[in-house]
Write a protein that binds this ligand. Structure first.
Ligand SMILES: Cc1cc2nc3c(=O)[nH]c(=O)nc-3n(C[C@H](O)[C@H](O)[C@H](O)COP(=O)(O)OP(=O)(O)OC[C@H]3O[C@@H](n4cnc5c(N)ncnc54)[C@H](O)[C@@H]3O)c2cc1C
Length: 427
């Protein structure tokens, strides 16, 4: 046995005594887009990681959420080697339509931004592509592995305590075994909490260091998936006195549509016919545009929230994506922000490896938050401009319409929207 092997064997024994079942450089909690892309970026940089995901593979691959990828996100996925199917099946969109007062106005992205666009490619597909790559050539990706807590975030060996469904663990380990699985410990050099809004990672940051900025909205989005070709070839954002509506799509054969509904609405109280009738009213134009109807395959309500957790780093624990911030979906920013965070972390860790300087890692929280707050502002303004708050006054209605008129008549106003929509650059 060489000296190095002897040392690691001793460390394994010591680790086993402390209940450590796995070791890695970066422990990633959550296999949503943030966690999966981070694992890929680290793999490409020659840095090992382990991903813990509490749910099963089918859940992650089927969870209907985002669908709009900014130009920067598309570039990152391509550079990471995860863009092949996206390039084949994703739909490039060069604009969106704003609809108000029964009129239509197109925002032309390339003309207003020097050539930028967005790509429609569902989050489910991004996750499928990244999972396939990770299982083929990446490090461990454990489904059914629920992180219970991050411990020692302020030390140089943080640990993730987790429970693996139906897994008895290894002989000689400490832990509590029950019907639901056995507790295990992942020891890491760094932990990245990519575990979404309801995750556990951010709880490891001492409360006294944390500031939370939050806004909830008195409405939500009732979203449907329908097996019908989209009624328009670009997204339509409609402001109507009855509330907001969005026409979007997942593919040339599948439409995704949303209606603003009161907070706390039960999706079950909306029949398919009622949804289509309401969509038709809100999208109505003076030029006779028609909405195509088709079989509804999914229906759910999403609450609307703005939320920022500062800081996004404590010691060797880093937060990324929805674990640190939530935006209302109006600006299509959530997934794109998650991508920005993990790119920033992966670059910073690679920089430390290459140069020995922890300068970029130290700057992680501030770097990410500058971009996050631009996206929060953009999403808030889009939401305020297009949704009708309960009890809105005629004055507020006129202000919304004046804002939309301004977008339709001023290149500067339209350019600001186009730049925000196609994405804020990574620093
Ligand atoms: C209806 C809707 C529409 C949206 N539309 C858009 C859009 O058009 N464009 C856009 O950019 N964004 C959009 N978003 C937002 C986007 O979906 C999220 O911002 C994105 O999913 C964030 O990715 P994430 O990886 O940070 O978190 P998540 O996708 O939430 O992934 C977190 C993962 O962590 C796992 N996890 C949680 N707790 C634990 C634990 N204790 N242990 C282990 N694993 C755990 C979860 O199971 C999950 O798989 C939309 C969201 C919704 C709800």
């Amino acid at each position: 046995m060489t000296a190095v092997n002897a040392t690691s064997a001793l460390a394994e024994v010591a680790g086993a005594r402390r209940g450590v079942s796995m070791r890695t450089t970066v422990g990633i909690i959550g296999a949503g887009p943030a966690g999966l892309l981070l694992a890929r970026l680290l793999h490409n940089a020659g840095i090992d990681s382990v991903v813990l995901e509490s749910r099963d593979r089918a859940y992650v691959e089927q969870r209907q959420r985002a669908g709009i990828l900014e130009q920067g996100t598309v570039d990152v996925l391509r550079a990471a080697g995860a863009g092949e199917r996206m390039d084949r099946e994703g739909l490039r969109h060069d604009g969106i339509e704003l609809r108000f007062a029964r009129r239509r106005h197109r925002i032309d992205f390339p003309a207003l931004t020097g050539g930028r666009s967005v790509t429609v490619y569902a989050q489910t597909e991004v996750c499928k592509d990244l999972i396939a790559l990770q299982l083929q050539e990446g490090g461990p990706l454990l489904f059914g592995a629920e992180a219970l807590a991050v411990e020692g975030a302020g030390t140089d060996r943080p640990r993730v305590r987790f429970r693996r469904e139906g897994h008895g663990g290894q002989e000689g380990q400490e832990g509590q075994e029950g019907r639901e699985g056995r507790e295990e410990v992942l020891e890491c050099s760094y932990v990245v909490g990519c575990d979404g809004f309801w995750g556990v990672a951010r709880k490891a940051i001492p409360e006294k260091l944390v500031q939370v900025f939050e806004r909830t909205y008195p409405f939500g989005w009732l979203g449907i998936l329908a097996d019908v070709p989209p009624s328009h070839d670009e997204l339509v954002y409609a402001r109507h006195d009855r509330g907001f509506a969005l026409l979007s799509m997942r593919s040339p054969a599948v439409s995704r549509l949303y209606l603003q509904v009161p907070e706390g609405t039960d999706a079950g109280t909306w029949s398919d016919g009622k949804v289509w009738d309401e969509l038709e009213r809100r999208f109505e134009t003076a030029d006779g545009w028609r909405l195509r109807r088709g079989p509804v395959t999914a229906k759910s309500v999403t609450p609307m929230r703005s939320h920022v957790h500062e800081p996004m780093r404590y010691g060797r624990l880093f937060l990324a994506g929805d674990a640190a911030h939530i935006v209302p979906p109006t600006g299509a920013k959530g997934l794109n922000l998650a991508v920005g965070d993990v790119v920033t972390f992966a670059r910073a860790l690679a920089h430390l490896r290459e140069t020995g300087s922890g300068e970029l890692l130290d700057a992680y929280s501030g770097t990410c938050l500058r971009r996050v707050w631009q996206a929060e502002r953009f999403s808030y303004e889009m939401t305020a401009m297009l949704h009708r708050a309960p009890g809105a006054t005629p004055f507020e209605d006129r202000i919304q319409l004046a804002r939309l008129e301004r977008l339709a008549s001023s290149r500067a106003a339209a350019q600001d929207l186009a730049e925000g929509y196609t994405g804020f650059a990574l620093e």
